[in-house]
Write a new protein. Structure first.
Length: 137
């Protein structure tokens, strides 16, 4: 399952992601992973979640983000949830390329039963229409 938390800057996306991550940690019998650009969430995310700084691994662009997520899943079959904060800062502001990433990840989440949640800093109307079904309100 893919979920997108979409809104303009300052709309509370990261707070929502933090709450969802901590809820997943409490409820999951597997591993919860949170990807972020820079280490800003260290004290907000439960220590039981794996917090990964994408800058540390040189993840830039949506193709690199896909490869990184697929690699995480290939290396650990116990991942139940993946949360990604500041998605457009990691991948870029190409909304069509982001939609293509989501299309590719839908196949992975179905095959591996992993829930993925992304924060996307933009107005929902800016995203391609096919992503509307994934937006959390």
């Amino acid at each position: 399952m893919i979920r997108l938390i979409v809104g303009n800057k300052g709309s509370g996306k990261t707070k929502t992601l933090i709450a969802m991550t901590n809820e997943a940690v409490a409820a999951s019998s597997g591993n919860v992973v949170c990807l972020e650009k820079g280490l800003k969430l260290t004290y907000d995310i439960s220590h039981k979640a794996r917090l990964v700084d994408t800058d540390e691994y040189g993840v830039e662009g949506f193709d690199a983000l896909y490869g990184f997520i697929a690699g995480l899943m290939a290396g650990n079959y116990d991942i139940t949830h993946i949360f990604v904060d500041a998605t457009l800062k990691i991948g870029g502001r190409d909304y069509e390329a982001f939609a293509a990433l989501v299309d590719r990840l839908v196949k992975l989440t179905g095959a591996h039963q992993v829930e993925m949640t992304f924060t996307v800093s933009c107005d929902p109307s800016e995203l391609p229409q096919r992503l509307a079904q994934y937006i959390v309100h």
